[in-house]
Ligand binder design. Structure first.
Ligand code: PLP
Ligand code: COI
Length: 341
């Protein structure tokens, strides 16, 4: 398969449209078969449920070219399952997990020329999503839906690549207790836009959200979970019902424990404890693991000993092992790597 002529090493995290995307409609209580389309545009009724009441959910995953030239996707079964959970919470009909995998397989196969070559530093970001399409004016769920998925080749999510980030402790909340923070709903991201624009205008890379009920515990950022390293090299990550259960974070905890022999703790992390940690990172499909050098709380700076120039040693080991598994040069746990065929 001849690859597209793209400067893979210099692309950022943006939308580069490809020719093919997947679409399936839900009508009269059932999902149609669905298939590939070349039309990137969607025509909707003015009163569509998604436009009026934000009934939309999405997923994010990546495909890679391995060292031996295979095209693989990292743990898409977990994205399929999470999308089912998201659908249930927003009263949408779930797109069946087996259909999800089939759709993504076909989509990536059709876009193989856009899967960045091994070693380029880029990957193919896959964005499945679904939304209510029929007119809804009283507040209620739509009856008709569209499931779609497109791909776009991407480089690093944060501009400096592996340069440590500066994070602001936000005055805004991202998710309420018993709300929707644990699912991948568009509304959670709409909520975060003012906070991220504000943080960027003040020179920060991202926000750290605290729990909305007490504002004393660490939650997550707008698009990634936190990992912290203790002085005795334990890997600690916040436990909360209002954060997204990151697939990258779950994978990293497994890697820490089973590949690197580190102790791991998923527990409430009081903000007060952050100054005790030696390293900090943001983890997610887009973020991979992006190191954090500094957290700023209303002028009070917490500077991690790992500094502002490079990843700390433990985060680096986690990064190297996870990306090694994803790119196929470190053996993956059973079922983690899905080969596109
Ligand atoms: N938290 C939020 C709010 C996210 O949007 C994402 C991205 O998907 C993550 C965490 C990381 O999740 P994952 O590792 O499954 O991509
Ligand atoms: C992802 O990592 O897949 C996300 O959806 C996060 C988003 C900020 C791009």
């Amino acid at each position: 398969m001849e690859k597209k002529n793209i400067d893979w090493g210099n692309i950022g995290f943006g939308y580069i449209p490809t020719e093919k995307r997947f679409v399936a409609n839900y009508k009269n209580g059932a999902w149609e078969e669905g298939g590939i389309t070349e039309d990137a545009n969607i025509v909707l009724n003015e009163c569509a449920g998604v436009l009026q009441y934000a009934q939309t959910i999405f997923e994010g995953m990546k495909a890679y070219t391995t060292e031996d030239g295979r095209t693989v996707i990292f743990r898409p079964d977990l994205n399929a399952a999470r999308m089912v959970d998201s659908a249930k919470r927003l009263e949408m009909p779930a797109y069946p997990a087996d259909k999800f995998i089939e759709a993504i397989n076909e989509l990536v196969k059709e876009n193989e020329a856009y899967v960045p070559p091994y070693g380029s530093g880029a990957s193919l970001y896959i964005r499945p999503y679904m939304f209510g399409t029929n007119p809804v004016i009283g507040v209620k769920p739509a009856d008709e839906y569209q499931f779609r998925a497109f791909v776009t080749p991407v480089g690093p999510y944060f501009k400096g690549g592996a340069k440590p980030l500066t994070i602001k402790v936000s005055d805004f909340d991202r998710a309420a207790p018993h709300g929707t923070g644990h699912i991948k709903a568009g509304l959670n991201y709409a909520m975060s836009l003012h906070a991220i624009v504000t943080a960027h205008a003040e020179g920060y890379d991202e926000n750290m959200y605290l729990d909305a009920a007490t504002r004393s515990n660490v939650e997550e950022t707008g698009g990634a979970n936190f990992l912290f390293i203790t002085k005795d090299n334990k890997v600690v990550t916040p436990k909360s019902d209002s954060i997204l259960p990151s697939i990258t974070r779950r994978s990293l905890l497994y890697v820490a424990e089973h590949y690197l022999g580190l102790e791991v703790e998923e527990r409430v992390v009081p903000f007060e404890e952050v100054k005790e940690f030696t390293e900090c990172g943001l983890c997610g499909t887009a973020a991979v693991i992006s190191p954090v050098g500094k957290v700023v709380d209303h002028g009070n700076e917490i500077c991690f000993p790992s500094g502002m120039n490079e990843m700390g040693p433990v985060i680096k080991k986690l990064y190297d092992t996870l990306t090694g598994i994803q790119m196929g040069h470190i053996e993956a746990p059973e079922g983690w790597i899905y080969e596109v065929k």
